[in-house]
Write a protein that binds this ligand. Structure first.
Ligand code: GSH
Length: 207
């Protein structure tokens, strides 16, 4: 029998951990959060990548943040977040996958440079290229929001708004010079801010 409490291993400041924390809020799934020692002999068997988040749900262990949030929504039969209809689900999953591949890749260098102040990431041309790619990705979100009307996959909030919403928070929280304004993205950010889970784990001052 499944225990009521889910264990989440991760730091609450990590964007990928925050996806899981916010998903739990939306689903109403109780959890305990523990900070793992990533390189430890105890943690390694849980995730061969040595990265967080990892969840432990009874005897079930899972890593990879976007897979974890899908699992949690599926497990709770949260049809509103992740519909079972093949086409409706695919439209939600497009944005979940796009966040992990295209969006996340676009900002990586600029984020390391501008927020983490990482010494190996201070090449001006590389920062500019990353900001350019990041801006193109945000423009894609803006265009989609104009079409989808309110949320990323349509008029209602879905699981895809969790990774995309956290990514948009990162966009606004990173000091980017001459940041172009995307009105649909700004309105979306304010709309997401009506959700307690987003205010707790997303728009909480952390990029
Ligand atoms: N693709 C993985 C990426 C996980 C990842 O990069 N986690 C980062 C935190 S966001 C991490 O554990 N970094 C090591 C550290 O912070 O020491 C996922 O989405 O879960």
């Amino acid at each position: 029998m499944k225990p009521a409490t889910l264990k989440i291993l991760g730091k609450p400041s990590s964007i990928n951990v925050r996806k899981v924390l916010w998903a739990c809020e939306e689903i109403g799934r109780p959890f305990v959060l523990e900070e793992p020692a990533l390189g430890s002999a105890e943690f390694r068997p849980l995730n061969p990548n040595g990265l967080m988040p990892v969840i432990v749900d009874g005897d079930f262990v899972l890593w990879e943040s976007n897979t974890i949030i899908r699992y949690l929504a599926n497990d709770a039969a949260a049809e509103n977040l992740l519909p079972s209809d093949a086409r409706a689900r695919a439209l939600v999953e497009t944005w979940i996958d796009w966040q992990a591949t295209e969006f996340n890749t676009a900002w990586r260098y600029a984020f390391q440079a501008l927020v983490r102040k990482s010494p190996p990431h201070q090449n001006k041309a590389d920062i500019a290229a990353s900001v350019r790619d990041w801006t193109k990705a945000v423009a894609i979100v803006d265009g989609q929001l104009r079409r989808s009307n309110r949320f990323i996959a349509g008029p209602a909030f879905t699981l895809a708004d969790i990774p995309i919403g956290l990514s948009i928070n990162r966009w606004f929280m990173t000091p980017i010079e001459n940041r172009p304004s995307f009105p649909a993205v700004r309105a979306y950010y304010e709309r997401l801010s009506e959700r307690p889970g987003f205010m707790l784990h997303g728009r909480n001052g952390i990029p």
